[in-house]
Design a protein around this ligand. Structure first.
Ligand code: PHE
Length: 331
């Protein structure tokens, strides 16, 4: 028994096999246990001799089992280590994370700048009453921007807003001056070519209070432009908008050629970035303000345009194609 047991233990290759052997020999019904039970039937003289022998066999089998167990454990551990081997010299795989669309990124940046200057951020509906989109802004019935070609009409008196100015009307009807606010959002015009898409983004702003002047407009907008484009020259050109008087367009020195003339600025050295002006008294009256007591300035810009100027992008449509190779360039 001792020899055959030792041989079996030697051959056993796993912990499970070893355990089966242990039960088979030393367990409650194991071979050696049975023999030891049978000793009761032996004579008085034989019992101590056989007892001692049996104990010796048990001890040596137990010892053999334990030795083999340690050996097998070690072997299994080695096998596990080599099968789970990791090559720590391999270069790591880069995880790619998402990022903001350049339009969203610019929008957030502009909002941040105005918030820093104490402006409130307001939003309004994209489906808007003609009353707020046009009438309250002093855009008369026969004004060309009301034409079916530019405006998406939902019905006679409901449109997809053509600018974010109606948000200013809603804000003024809701609040009392003094205040300063910006209203970013999507706007819609029926137009499509290299520099126009039927949906685009605007951010307009409005500051109303006692003695708000054109000097305040110039100061705020010049400060804003410096925060977006760095230390650059600006200029204001006279212009016309139905809702502001006087009105102007604001230019920044060309970000590419710094005023020397290039393709981006069509050799003029200047890039137009927004419309602005003093709120027309008619607009103040339309929202129930007393134009003798308060005045204000307003401005509006296209986010796509500002983004193109910031990054030197020359095709507006790139923003809407969502080509991952284009989008990946922006942090
Ligand atoms: N609402 C004008 C537009 O859509 C922009 C603008 C806003 C101009 C405020 C002047 C003052 O073009």
């Amino acid at each position: 028994l001792k020899l055959s047991a030792e041989e079996a233990i030697c051959k056993a290759a796993s912990l499970k096999e070893l355990d089966e052997l242990r039960v088979g020999i030393l367990g409650k019904k194991g071979e050696l246990t049975e023999i030891m039970k049978g000793m009761r039937e032996l004579s008085k003289e034989e019992r101590p001799v056989m007892g001692q022998l049996a104990n010796e066999v048990r001890d040596s089998i137990t010892e053999a089992l334990e030795k083999k167990m340690i050996e097998v454990k070690e072997k299994e551990k080695q096998e596990r280590i080599s099968s789970e081997n990791i090559d720590i010299t391999l270069p790591g795989r880069k995880s790619s994370s998402g990022r903001y669309h350049p339009i969203t990124e610019t929008m957030n940046m502009l909002k941040e700048i105005f918030i820093e200057m104490g402006f409130d951020v307001a939003e309004g509906p994209e489906i808007e009453k003609t009353e707020y989109n046009f009438d309250a802004l002093n855009i008369p019935e026969n004004h060309p921007s009301r034409d079916l070609q530019d405006t998406f009409y939902m019905s006679d008196d409901v449109v997809l807003r053509t600018h974010t100015s109606p948000v200013q009307v809603r804000y003024m009807k809701d609040k009392k001056p003094p205040f300063r606010m910006v209203c970013p959002g999507k706007v819609y015009r029926s137009d499509y070519d290299v520099s126009h898409t039927p949906m685009f983004h605007q951010m307009e702003g409005l500051m109303v209070g006692e003695n708000i002047s054109f000097a305040n407009l110039k100061a705020i907008l010049t400060e804003f432009v410096k925060k977006v484009f760095g230390d650059t020259e600006v200029r204001f050109r006279p212009h016309f908008f139905p809702f502001t008087e006087p009105s102007a367009e604001m230019d920044v020195q060309c970000v590419i050629c710094k005023g020397k003339g290039c393709r981006l600025c069509k050799d003029s050295g200047w890039l137009e970035i927004m419309g602005c002006g003093m709120v027309d008294p008619e607009v103040l009256k339309a929202v129930g303000y007393n134009h003798e007591e308060v005045s204000g300035f307003a401005f509006g810009m296209g986010i796509e345009r500002v983004t193109m100027l910031r990054h030197g992008i020359d095709d507006l449509r790139a923003f809407f194609e969502n080509d991952i190779r284009f989008l990946k360039q922006f942090k």
